[in-house]
Design a protein around this ligand. Structure first.
Ligand code: COA
Length: 171
């Protein structure tokens, strides 16, 4: 067997695309990903305002001009409030969202945050599994918060001792 054939048969480990902080100019790519992944969660005006705003943190995986994932958060005193997290439907279950949570956590710890919070729909099994694996715990519920009737589950986790990553045990 030649080298080229052997290369073809050897399974390649998945190499994640580069993860980087997002800047104001990324608003159009963020809007496009939002439409593909979240059905248009934020408007153009909100994305333009969000990226690059003081107090905001935003990261994404760069697919060469196309954004494959995104996570945003606000630093509120010593808390990280995670506002958006999404992965392109064609790139899910490859660890991108987990890596984004780690990047957000590391940046938030660097800005003095000691805990992180977010809200998730009670019917969003994928996101709930991700947050549980990342050490978040449900600490409250807003009944019928979403337009489809789903409850909003309020999640918290401590960032103390999290180092540069999010990992259980939590709180
Ligand atoms: C939720 C979401 C962001 C997860 O993104 P992702 O990049 O696929 O997640 P990851 O690959 O990093 O998953 C990490 C872990 O989370 C859990 N997880 C993620 N998706 C899951 C699913 N569909 N079912 C069960 N567990 C899941 C698993 O524990 C997974 O680890 P594993 O693949 O080793 O088993 C993605 O499904 C998405 O964009 N959904 C639509 C937008 C959304 O709901 N955002 C959250 C709003 S609160």
């Amino acid at each position: 067997m030649g080298e080229a054939e052997a290369e073809e048969l050897t399974p390649h480990p998945f190499r994640p695309p580069p993860l980087r902080p997002l800047i104001a100019d990324d608003w159009a790519a963020a809007l496009a990903l939002d439409r593909r992944s979240l059905g248009g969660f934020w408007s153009e005006a909100l994305w333009r305002g969000e990226l690059g705003r003081t107090g905001s943190l935003a990261f994404g995986h760069d697919g060469g001009g196309v954004l494959l994932s995104i996570a945003c958060g606000w630093v509120v005193v010593d808390e990280l409030h995670i506002t958006v997290l999404a992965t392109d439907p064609g790139w899910r279950r490859r660890g991108l969202a987990r890596a984004l949570l780690q990047a957000l956590a590391a940046a938030a710890i660097g800005r003095g945050c000691t805990r992180a919070t977010l809200e998730v729909a009670s019917g969003n099994g994928a996101a709930l599994a991700l947050y549980a694996a990342a050490g978040f715990r449900t600490a409250g519920c807003r009944r019928g918060y979403y337009t489809n009737g789903d409850d909003a589950l309020i999640q918290w986790r401590s960032l103390r001792g999290a180092g540069d990553g999010l990992c259980p045990p939590a709180v």
